[in-house]
Design a protein around this ligand. Structure first.
Ligand code: COA
Length: 413
């Protein structure tokens, strides 16, 4: 019987790790893609599985900062490159990798982990919950008149690839702090993203980037998009695929949507990973012009240090709540926490383990799902995932955890 060992990678093992990950994801990378992927691997936070000397599984943690309602920030371990060779699956290798990564994150003082999941049914058993959601939507250009004319004070400028590489990271870095659920993007992340591998193009062409500048030298947002053309006899239908649209304020947001919705030769504008509360619907004269085709999970969160994580965000209302949290992956399995949010303007928040009687009982995955206000405790209770042990506690928890805007990540890592 084989024994699996788990340990960090050595520098010279990075090419093998890329091969294992790509084989697990069913990808045959080109030489150029291999080189980019190798550049993404940071051995220090890697943990790989070996059967004797053969690598059979990979995982990597990224040191990320997550924007919280408030907005505050939380250091999180971003789990990625999780892969086990198809010949070695369902033998507990992922379980070992996740346990090892959690141990390391706790040692580094990260109160939570986050990830983007390849499939929805893998990670709740490890205590992750889908904390943000995204929707795929499209707008037919012919119906896309705005309810009010857009008055843009700035200018939209198309960027070359070199300009995009130089300018987009700084714009993102400023704006990500305004949106709960967003995470930091490293230089490595930008290199891979801007490389724009073929399989991430949704069938379209290469990316275009346009920035919005209010005054010279200051950009307040950008839109990245591509075109997808479908030939229909002697004519064709073109879709403009928005890859991402970032705006520092509502005026920039309207101006960038106005720009993409007024692009000639385009019949449909679509966005496969938009926000669930996208204001665009409210900008349109006919809100039915925006059609949602899918909704799904975006960022998954796993709380590793509940008092620290709950202390870090700000809340919609003052109040007290006592939770009993059942953790089926990490010991101790059941713990009760008291959260108190004071009335003061400056954050006056306490969260600690308590012996007080619990008012709400839930699993760690449900608490993580509700952490940023992306789902209400009432919805989770309706699904049987939260038990109200004292009447009124679900409503009280919802008033405290509610957030003005739906959390959204939008970064695939
Ligand atoms: C997902 C993957 C890493 C799982 O690895 P693995 O070593 O087979 O997982 P384990 O044997 O440790 O499974 C742990 C548990 O998760 C479950 N599980 C694992 N993968 C699952 C999947 N794809 N769907 C549903 N359940 C899954 C197992 O059944 C097991 O359940 P249990 O707790 O009830 O026993 C592997 O299937 C893989 O590489 N898939 C392709 C790449 C991928 O999707 N990676 C994840 C990126 S986010």
């Amino acid at each position: 019987m084989s024994t699996i060992t788990v340990r960090p990678l050595r520098e010279e093992e990075i090419p093998a790790a890329v091969e294992v990950s790509c084989a697990a994801f069913g990808e045959r990378p080109t030489q150029e893609e291999r080189e980019i992927y190798q550049h993404s691997f940071d051995v220090e936070r890697s943990l790989c599985a070996f059967d004797a000397d053969t690598m059979v599984g990979t995982s990597l943690a990224l040191s990320l900062e997550l924007t919280l309602p408030g907005p505050g920030v939380l250091p999180v371990g971003g789990l990625t490159w999780v892969a086990v060779l198809p010949t070695q699956r369902r033998r507990g290798i992922l379980r070992q990798l996740v346990a090892g990564q959690f141990e390391d994150m706790v040692r580094r003082g990260e109160p939570a982990s986050a990830l983007i999941a390849s499939e929805g049914n893998i990670y709740s058993r490890f205590g992750y919950g889908p904390a943000t959601s995204a929707v795929s939507f499209s707008v037919e250009r012919a119906q896309a008149a705005f309810i009010r004319p857009v008055r843009a004070e700035g200018r939209i400028v198309l960027l070359t690839d070199e300009e995009a590489a130089a300018e987009l990271p700084a714009i993102y870095e400023r704006i990500r702090r305004l949106q709960p659920g967003r995470v930091t993007r490293s230089d490595r992340w930008w290199t891979e993203y801007l490389f724009d591998p073929q399989e991430q193009r949704e069938g379209g062409g290469g990316m275009f980037h346009a920035k919005y500048a209010t005054s010279p030298g200051v950009a307040d947002g950008y839109v990245t998009y591509r075109f997808k053309e479908e030939t229909l006899g002697w004519t064709s239908r073109t879709t403009l695929l928005v890859v991402e649209l970032l705006a520092a304020d509502p005026g920039v947001y309207s101006a960038l949507w106005d720009y993409v919705l007024n692009t000639d030769l385009v019949h449909t504008v679509s966005f496969s990973r938009g926000r669930v509360d996208e204001p665009l619907r409210w900008l349109l004269a006919d809100p039915r012009a925006l059609t949602v085709s899918a909704m799904g999970d975006d960022l998954w969160i796993r709380l590793l240090d509940i008092p620290r994580a709950l202390h870090a965000r700000t809340y919609g209302a003052a109040g007290d709540i006592v939770f009993e949290v059942d953790d089926t992956f990490l010991a101790p399995n059941r713990t009760t926490f008291a959260l108190r949010v004071g009335q003061a303007e400056i954050p006056d928040i306490e969260c600690a383990v308590t012996t007080a009687r619990a008012e709400l009982a839930l699993g760690t995955s449900s608490l993580a799902a509700a952490y940023l206000g992306g789902v209400s405790f009432a919805t989770l209770a309706a699904a049987g995932l939260v038990r109200e042990l004292r009447q009124g506690s679900v409503g009280r928890a919802d008033a405290m955890f509610s957030a003005a805007t739906a959390p959204y990540c939008g970064t695939i890592f």
